[in-house]
Design a protein. Structure first.
Length: 69
């Protein structure tokens, strides 16, 4: 019967056989993905901070020039 056949579940990224997993990814791939997201988030936050700092410095220079006149 069809109900007797158990379908093998494999990780979508590495193809590892999944046993008792709800998600379609193995634990190793989940951890690697979390690490990559953390690294990318740090890079984006650094760039964002740099842009805001540059705008703040440009705004301070404009305010200093206009107040000295």
């Amino acid at each position: 019967m069809m109900s007797d056949v158990i379908k093998e579940r494999r990780c979508k990224f590495c193809g590892k056989l999944l046993i008792n997993e709800k998600m379609p990814f193995c634990r190793r791939c989940k951890l690697e993905g979390r690490n990559k997201v953390g690294q990318v988030g740090g890079i984006v936050a650094g760039i964002f901070t740099t842009v805001l700092s540059a705008k703040a410095l440009a705004g301070d220079k404009e305010n200093d020039d206009s107040s000295s006149v």
